[in-house]
Design a protein around this ligand. Sequence first.
Ligand code: PDD
Length: 280
Amino acid sequence: RIAYVNGQYLPHRHASIHIEDRGYQFADGVYEVVTIVNGKMIDEEGHMERLWRSLGELQIDAPMKAGPLKMIMREVVRRNGVVNGIIYLQITRGVAPRDHPFPKNTTPALVMTAKRLSMDKSERTAQAGVNVVTVPDIRWDRCDIKSVSLLPNVLAKQAAKDKNAYEAFQVDKNGMVTEGSSTNAWIVNQDGKVITRPTSNEILAGITRASLLRELEKKGVEFELRSFTVEELHNAREVFLTSSTSYVLPVVKVDEHVIGNGNPGSISVTLRQIYRDFME
Ligand code: PDD
């Protein structure tokens, strides 16, 4: 495997970053995960826009313009022979002696890796459906920034893993579901209405979420953008999640509540197909 590190393509095992990189010391950086299907990047523009927005919110200079960045993304994909998989891209504020305020004249650091993901495995997971647990949302007020500062998300995902679940849906102080630790959360209520939380500073504006909503609009599928409670989640007719690595993934159990008959719901299955068609 080959990684890109600040202007160089290096063997993955030799790719490293300075110990005083602010990403390492302060989690002072942002990232993106872009899906590749049949060698094609999915929603590249959406990911670039969100990346630039995250950088802007943290006042980190872009290391280069979008054009050259996209060329490096293609090169990393090519050098790793990825046909189906993901690109991981990270930009930190760069290397400087440890001190909390922004350093002056520091060059941002750019790192990129790519890896293969099995479409067959993804399909098998989707056909079985996954389990989800709920955990309190202990994150900060700027979850709209795709920051590498992911400790609460790591704790949430570990809580899921400890219970043999695929994902943890986080719940705010009002008992409303925000999103998964690395996914957006959706329900289909007993009236058959598709519901997901509106974007705000409390969740990440998922690119998969946005594209699925656009496809639903095109197809005239009704949906509602509103917060929903844990109770609505437990009693939903269907539950699913979205992300660049999971696409649209049916959920069959939430905490102790079996969703529907314990198999992926028909609307979730249809929406996954709609999203897969969109990617191909
Ligand atoms: N996670 N919410 C959070 C907190 C996320 O970290 C992600 C993405 C999403 C879904 O966004 P998108 O559809 O743009 O992938 C929602 C990536 C995949 C990750 O951390 O690996």
